[in-house]
Each structure stands twice: as structure tokens, then as C-alpha cells.
Design a protein around this ligand. Structure first.
Ligand code: PMP
Length: 283
């Protein structure tokens, strides 16, 4: 495997950044994960736009132009011979003597990796559906920024694993589901309406979420962008999560209770089947 680190393509096993990198010291960095399908980046434009937004919120600049970054992503995908998989990119504020204050003139660190994933395995998982548990949302309130500070997410997903589940849904103090540890959360009401929390506050605006809203419109599915409680989720006829890694992934159990008939729901299956005809396929 080959990784890109600050201008160089290096063997993955030898790739590294400095111990004083602010990504390592302070989680002072942001990232993106983009799906690769049939050798093409999916929704690259939106992912890079969100990257620019995340960087801006942290007063960081793009490490290179959009076009140059696009070339690096493609080169890493090519060098790793990824047809179906994921490309990961991380930008940190760079290397500086450890000090909480932002350094004056550092060069940002850019790391890009790519790996293949099995489409067949993912489809199998989607046919079975996944289980989720709920956990208190103990994160800071700037989760709209896609930072590498993911320890609460790691803990939540560890708790899910210990409970035999794949994903954890964060629940805020008022009992409302915010989002998953690495996905956005959706339910379908008895009236057949898709319900997902507005992305203005308290969640990451998932790219897969945005595209799924478009897919829903194409399929004439009614959508309510509003918060939903854990109890509402228990009573839902369907549930699913969305992320670049999973796509639209049916949820069949929440906290051990079957969702609907305990099988992947129709809306989720339709959305999943239609997703890639709506998502942007980059050249
Ligand atoms: N929320 C969180 C907390 C995430 O980590 C992710 C995936 N990185 C998502 C939502 C889904 O975002 P996307 O659809 O852009 O992958």
C-alpha cells in the first residue's frame, strides 16, 4: 500500500508525521472519507466543499488547490489499485512546538490513504441490516466540523460492539437522537415519512445524508427534517443510517428491540438501490 504524506508517495508502513504535529498533539485537524466505486470518486465535489468549510471554521487554509487535491486523491487511489473502497484524507494545522495557541507560520500536513473494501460484503450486511444502541451524546457542540477528535465516537462504537451492535446513536439531554458514531440517523414513521434531524446544529452534515434527501425526492418519499426521540425510534416502522462508508444501511434493532418486523425496510432498500444513480460520479 502507498500513502501520500506532504508531497511524497511513500510505502504505507513507512508513512509518518512528526511527533509535534498538531493533529497528534491536539487533534487539531480535519478529515474526509470519500467512497470509491468502479474506480471513481463519489461526491468528490461535496466532500471537498465540506473539507473547505471545516478548515475555515478552524481558521485553516486548504493545503493546495481543489484541482491539485483531486489529482492527489486519484493518484493514491490509482497507486493502491482501488476499484471499490474508500479514500481518506486528513489535513492538520502542521508541526509546531507544543503550545495551545495557533502557530504563526506552519505548513499544514496533508495525508491521504486509500483502501479497497468488499462491495459483496457490504451488500450482505445491508440485506441483514445492522443493530444500533443508544448512548448519551457527550461530545462538544461543534460536531458540524469534521475534526479528527473522535474519542467520544470511538467510545460509543466500542460500547456498541460490546453490546453486539454495529453502531451507536448519540442521544442528547432532551432525549433526541442526534446522529451515529460515524453516520447520520434516520427513521420512518408509521405514515411512511422519513425523519432525520436538521443539520443546522448538533450533527455533521453528512454528504450521504444530503444525497439521500435528493434520492428521497426522486422516489417521491416524504421527508421531515426534524429531531426524533429515542422512544419515537423504538416505535418507528423502519430505521437506517447513512455514511460514505456504509451508504444507506438498514437498522433492524435499536437497543435490542426489533424495528418494525425486524427486517430491512422498504424505504431504506429503495434508497440504497437508487443512491448511486443520484450521487455525483467524479471523472
Ligand atoms: N456523522 C458522523 C459523526 C460521521 O463521522 C460521519 C461519517 N464520517 C457521518 C455522520 C456521515 O457523513 P458522510 O455521509 O459524509 O460520510
Amino acid at each position: 500500500r502507498i500513502a501520500y504524506v506532504n508531497g511524497l508517495y511513500v510505502p504505507h508502513g513507512e508513512a509518518g508525521v512528526h511527533i509535534e504535529d498538531r493533529g497528534f498533539q491536539f487533534a487539531d485537524g480535519v478529515y474526509e472519507v470519500c467512497e470509491v466505486r468502479d474506480g471513481h470518486l463519489i461526491d468528490e465535489t461535496r466532500h471537498i466543499s465540506r473539507l473547505i468549510r471545516s478548515l475555515g471554521e478552524l481558521r485553516m487554509a486548504m493545503p493546495m488547490s481543489r484541482a491539485a487535491l483531486g489529482l492527489v486523491l486519484r493518484e493514491v487511489v490509482r497507486r493502491n489499485r482501488v476499484r471499490d473502497g474508500l479514500v481518506y484524507l486528513q489535513v492538520t494545522r502542521g508541526v509546531a512546538q507544543r503550545n495551545f495557541l495557533f502557530p504563526a507560520n506552519t505548513t499544514p500536513t496533508l495525508v491521504v490513504t486509500a483502501r479497497a473494501t468488499s462491495r459483496a460484503e457490504l451488500e450482505q450486511r445491508a440485506e441483514a441490516g445492522i443493530s444500533v444502541i443508544t448512548v448519551p451524546d457527550n461530545r462538544w457542540d461543534r460536531v458540524d466540523i469534521k475534526t479528527v477528535g473522535l474519542l467520544p465516537n470511538c467510545l460509543a462504537k466500542e460500547a456498541a460492539k460490546a453490546a453486539g451492535a454495529r453502531e451507536a446513536w448519540f442521544v442528547d439531554r432532551d432525549g433526541y437522537v442526534t446522529e451515529g458514531g460515524s453516520s447520520n440517523a434516520w427513521i420512518v414513521s408509521a405514515e411512511g415519512r422519513l425523519i432525520t434531524r436538521p443539520a443546522e446544529f448538533g450533527i455533521l452534515r453528512g454528504i450521504t445524508r444530503t444525497v439521500t434527501l435528493e434520492v428521497a425526492a426522486r422516489l417521491n418519499l416524504q421527508v421531515e427534517e426534524r429531531g426524533f426521540t429515542r422512544e419515537e425510534a423504538y416505535a418507528a416502522v423502519e430505521a437506517f443510517v447513512t455514511s460514505a462508508t456504509l451508504g444507506v444501511m438498514p437498522v433492524v434493532r435499536i437497543d435490542g428491540r426489533a424495528v418494525g418486523d425486524g427486517k430491512p425496510g422498504r424505504a431504506a432498500r429503495e434508497l440504497r438501490a437508487t443512491f448511486h444513480s443520484v450521487a455525483e460520479v467524479a471523472p
